[in-house]
Design a protein around this ligand. Structure first.
Ligand SMILES: *Cc1c(COP(=O)(O)O)cnc(C)c1O
Length: 384
């Protein structure tokens, strides 16, 4: 009998040969600037816990207390009996934080994009998507069955011409505000103008902007006329989950039409409580936002001064593009040797030929730690 799953082993061999095989590497400690991996203490330069809130005592205490009061799991979907007042409180807080009417929670950012996009557009509609948008947006568009038009990265003229030549029942333009693998910022005011002129819906994913970009870390959108604002609670807010904020009608519509809201068990209370406490800390300690931005600039400046081609960071993501997957793996291995944890990011996460080390900083890193990382990059540098 032949093994019907034989293709798995074949595919794994193929991935290994092309330096594209991925493995989970479990930490045995929390998301702090220094972590323990395989019994070794390493400097973590790859976490999206940008403000250090995942381990903040107030955030951890809030999650602990919520587990005592509400339990560990939520028991069912929000629309059945899984919804508790804590969820409503977090939605109100997120709406206020983003300066919008209302918000709806999802169990993850991935599910927020999936449910929202598939609820807003379907067959007969058109989506216009930046070529470097996050995978969850790409998957959401496929799921929606709307016609997809990919525009060149941050190219608003290209978008305008696609909008002008594509009539459809509904048209949705969707973009990351801070791009997850490049760390650059979408041209949001110009995108707003283009959408307004075309009568298109604009949706912005603030996963990497919330907590880092904008006044007080409120995000890149601010009071721009963006119809649908999505954020994760899993990055700067140190918890997990996603949310969509917008008008009362949009949010009520999503509660009725977003399948990843309707058919998914509600976010556990400890997670919601953690996100609420993170918003408290963010507001009480705005210095964290300044700090993470300053550290990103320090890292980028340091890497540039030792010959790496690094763009000016818009947020906490500092991409070091090296080209081939094998080169990225070699650099990551050399850094690993030096005690710096910054995994290589390879296709299909990034386009072929743009494999990179995606370094990220946390507000809780010290200047010395960032300088140590720069020194390790300089020593590991493979001459071009
Ligand atoms: C991380 C991320 C998501 C997914 O959020 P999760 O909470 O991790 O599921 C969505 N969009 C972007 C741009 C992201 O970086």
């Amino acid at each position: 009998m032949s093994d019907p799953l034989a293709f798995c082993a074949d595919e794994l061999r193929r991935l290994e040969e092309s330096s594209l095989l991925r493995r989970v590497r479990p930490l045995s400690s929390a998301q702090e600037p220094e972590v323990v991996v395989n019994g070794r203490r390493m400097l973590l330069l790859a976490s999206n816990n940008y403000l250090g809130l995942a381990t903040h005592p107030r955030v951890v205490a809030a999650a602990t207390e919520a587990a005592r009061r509400w339990g560990a799991g939520s028991g069912s979907a929000r629309l059945i009996t899984g919804g508790v007042t804590l969820h409503d409180e977090l939605e109100r807080r997120l709406a206020a934080f983003k300066g919008r009417d209302d918000a709806v929670l999802f169990s993850s950012g991935y599910l927020a994009n999936l449910g929202t996009i598939a609820a807003l557009v379907s067959r007969g509609d058109a989506v216009f998507s930046d070529e470097l948008n996050h995978a969850s947006i790409i998957d959401a568009v496929r799921l929606s069955r709307a016609e997809v038009h990919v525009y060149r990265h941050c190219d608003v003229d290209h978008l305008r011409s696609l909008l002008a030549s594509t009539p459809a029942r509904r048209r949705l333009v969707v973009t990351d505000s801070v791009f997850s693998m490049d760390g650059d910022l979408a041209p949001l005011p110009e995108l707003c103008d283009a959408c307004e002129a075309a009568g298109a819906i604009l949706m912005v994913d603030e996963a990497h902007a919330t907590g880092v970009v904008g006044r007080g870390g409120h995000g890149a959108v601010g009071d721009l006329p963006v119809d649908v604002v999505m954020t994760t609670l899993s990055k700067s807010l140190g918890a997990a989950g996603g949310a969509v904020v917008g008008s009362r009608e949009l949010v009520a519509y999503l509660r009725n039409r977003a399948r990843s809201f309707i058919f998914d068990t509600a976010m556990p209370a400890p997670t919601a409580a953690a996100a609420l406490a993170a918003l408290d800390v963010l507001e009480a300690e705005p210095g964290r936002v300044e700090r993470v931005r300053a550290l990103a600039r320090r890292l980028a400046d340091g890497l540039r001064s030792c010959g790496f081609d690094v763009p000016e960071p818009a947020a906490a993501v500092v991409p070091v593009v090296v080209g081939g997957a094998d080169t990225a793996l070699a650099l990551a291995a050399a850094l690993d040797e030096a005690g710096i944890l910054v995994p290589a990011i390879r296709p299909p996460t990034v386009p072929p030929g743009t494999a990179r080390l995606r370094a990220t900083v946390m507000a809780t890193h010290t200047d010395e730690q960032i300088d140590r990382a720069v020194g390790a990059f300089a020593a590991a540098r493979v001459p071009a």
